[in-house]
Design a protein around this ligand. Structure first.
Ligand code: NAD
Length: 250
């Protein structure tokens, strides 16, 4: 609920059609925010077409145009922007010497790293116009370490973290806080095959001190926290939301 003194806050969420992004979008809506939902695949946003507090943008986050459209949608439809959750991403791996491996690397870097940089570029002017704001990039525990046959994703997720640190310094004077979360294994479309594998899912769970995979809503809570006034002195950091995996040496 907004008051004359406190306008309804507005957030852009990318990768909002599934998994962590959809849980994040739903959480912001539950907490009274207005939202711009961005995804390359319209399927997961179809049920939101007539939602009064959702504007949708269908496009690739690696393209500057999609990000510009998202920031414009926030201003045109809701009149301001307070936060951006740059969450769209995916992995890719396989042997480094496999055919097409460098093309896969370029693709994974493009969605995760160019996507996050383009998202910061496009939303910063609207955040500045609001007197400041917050950006959260969904990195991964895979950005903090190496995993077997996951080099492209490891490289991209690590690059996101240092992008966040550097951008946080550049934008701090304008009160635009920029942080990352590093989720551990979370039950989404991206990981469903692993979770449902007869042994793999349970093997991973045993390595996690809390003993289980994360649910997307648990990642959404951390993201929301980082964009809230409660996190007003937090910028340039990476918040692990991994059930203690990194505390346990990864
Ligand atoms: P998901 O597959 O459920 O959702 C990803 C969404 O992003 C999909 O709706 C997809 O259509 C969209 N998307 C993909 N590429 C896009 C692009 N180029 N432009 C716009 N939208 C695009 O996966 P998820 O697990 O919710 O992943 C969300 C983020 O969390 C990703 O950045 C992922 O790397 C990260 N992450 C996931 C896990 C996990 O275990 N699930 C762990 C750590 C980090």
């Amino acid at each position: 609920m907004s008051t004359a003194e406190e306008p309804t806050r507005v957030v852009v969420v990318t990768g909002a059609g599934s998994g962590i992004g959809r849980a994040t979008l739903d959480l912001y809506l539950d907490r009274g925010w207005q939202t711009v939902a961005v995804d390359i695949d319209p399927t997961g946003l179809a049920d939101l077409a007539d939602h009064p507090n959702v504007a949708t943008v269908i496009g690739d986050v690696a393209s500057e145009r999609t990000n510009t459209e998202a920031a414009k949608a926030a201003l045109d439809r809701f009149g301001r922007l307070d936060a951006a959750v740059l969450n769209a991403g995916y992995g890719g791996g396989g042997p480094l010497e496999a055919p097409g491996a460098l093309d896969r690397l370029a693709e994974v870097l493009s969605v995760n790293v160019i996507g996050a940089a383009a998202g910061i570029r496009a939303t910063a002017p609207a955040l500045r116009a609001s007197g400041g704001g917050a950006i959260v990039v969904t990195s991964s525990v895979s950005g903090l370490r190496g995993d077997p046959s996951t080099w492209a994703y490891n490289a991209a997720k690590a690059a996101q973290i240092n992008l966040v640190r550097a951008a946080a310094i550049d934008y701090a004077a304008e009160n635009i806080r920029i942080n990352a979360i590093a989720p551990g294994g979370t039950v989404t479309a991206m990981t469903r095959a692993q979770v449902e594998h007869p042994t793999f899912g349970a093997t991973i769970a045993r390595r996690i001190p809390l003993g289980r995979w994360s649910q997307p809503g648990e990642q959404a809570e951390a993201i929301h926290f980082l964009t809230s006034p409660a996190a007003s002195y937090i910028t340039g950091t990476v918040l692990s939301v991994d059930g203690g995996l990194s505390a346990n040496g990864g």
